[in-house]
Design a protein around this ligand. Sequence first.
Ligand code: DON
Length: 572
Amino acid sequence: MRADRLGHGLRLKVGLCLLLLVLAPARGASPGEAAIASAHPLATEAGFEVLRAGGNAFDAAVAVSAALAVVEPSSSGLGGGGFFLLRHADGRSGFLDARETSPAGARAELFLAADGRLDREKALNSALAAGIPGLPAALEHLAREHGRLPLSRSLAPAIRLAREGFAVDEKYRHLAQARLAVLRRDPEAARIFLEHGEVPKGGWVLRQPELSVVLERLASEGAGFFYRGAFAERMASEVRRLGGIWTAQDLASYRLREREPLLIRREGAVILTAPPPSAGGVALATGLAILERFRWRELSPTDRVHLLAETWRRVFRDRAAHLGDPDFVPVPLDLLSDPAYGAGLAASIRLDRASQSAWLPGGGEPVEGSDTTHFSIIDAEGNIAAVTQTINLPFGAGIVVPGTGILLNNEMDDFALAEGQGNAYGLVGTSPNAPAPGKRMVSSMTPTIVITGERTAALGTPGGSRIVSMVMLAVLDVLEGRSAAEVAARPRVHHQFLPDVLIAEEGAIEEPMLAELRRRGHRVAVESRRWGNLQIAIWDRSVGRLEAASDPRWAAEGAARVETVTDAEVKR
Ligand code: DON
């Protein structure tokens, strides 16, 4: 980072001198206004409320994260985890790994049926599926180490939303429908999230009084009560009563990890992204190194899609072979992120013909699913938070710990539980991603910050394994100068090694490109469903302007906004 900061500082000085010469106001040093893009307008407003109260991007991140846990309970929550990529205005960066961990009693065999195959009910819809949550620890740490306001101030909007309730939107109804059978099975989940056992009607007000009490305790006591003492013991025993294996010791052993963000350099830009146990940043590093060998900017649209498929085939294969929790297994990060390694993989790619996953070591055959949430914040001073958080599938395991309003995650499915059998996203893994006590399961979540000569972008998205390809497409778009709205709207394509299919959103691949890709040997499937929910904020430092965009696939009015926050400077 240091060389970068110096380079950045130099550019800044030269830029400022030039500006002074033309007697323009000194732009570029800080945006002067703030941008927030999240999956829900009420969460975005929670962030602005905290900025108006004198908070910085990190206080706002606490507010947005906690508000999302309330207003988008399908996607993330106190019972889940996430990755927080942070960059301070002075150039310091950080990464909070609040990924869930495996309870000590978990073994892959617990998730297998009598015939040795993965029992998807156990891996996805049972209390066994729940990892030990990381989000409460992250919120406290973020406020204490990076924020300016007390945790209680930043959590106030979430507490209010949980207590007073809010009208559910179409997305909530859609996801509740998708998980209706599972939600109905758990009396607490059905009581809180359904209306008389049915998907609530539009406008129905979701109130979560139990959750508001837990958030109030978090606000007044910090995260300690969640991990140790009577509350933790009660949660663990309830989870065991529901068929899970949590112990009080599992909760007491949970540790938030602070990691170095993964740093990638490309075309003079610096990209900060998620390190392992995220598989996304590594894939981005190897992937961009592969593309570099092909003069990406000069390729035809068909060649681009072909090359992306060939690239993702290879980086997802490496994921299956090598990725695991770096605290437990050696992840060959230096190798995988070395441009020379990318060049080696590039040498195995022909532009006129597709390879096949079956030709690569580890290639056999295995499906997918959908929910998680991302938000991006840039404050008036230039502090940045890019955060992706999750409970895995919509409404997690669909089970609420009684008396807490907290949904259990089903993140254990992100471990490689059964050899050769894909998880909910069709991802296959191997021994590096086998469960072990206290171990983190590999994730696709990839919050990312891109810093070019002129612009700084914070971005990310949900979408399971497709997060990895979506983030890479977004990074390429930012490097090519596209606007936030363009990046969020762009049609998407994806490949993940297994299954060996190039999938495309409707409109992403039309004839004659489709015919040409098939001629080259790709199996192409066009899906009617659109995927992802990308949230992006861009600060154009050359003109001193902020942009924010929410993915138009789900965007609600007010989810992405830029505002002048006048109080921030005064109250500092
Ligand atoms: O961490 C992961 O990779 C998954 N649990 C994320 C799940 C997800 O993005 C679902 N969203 N549509």
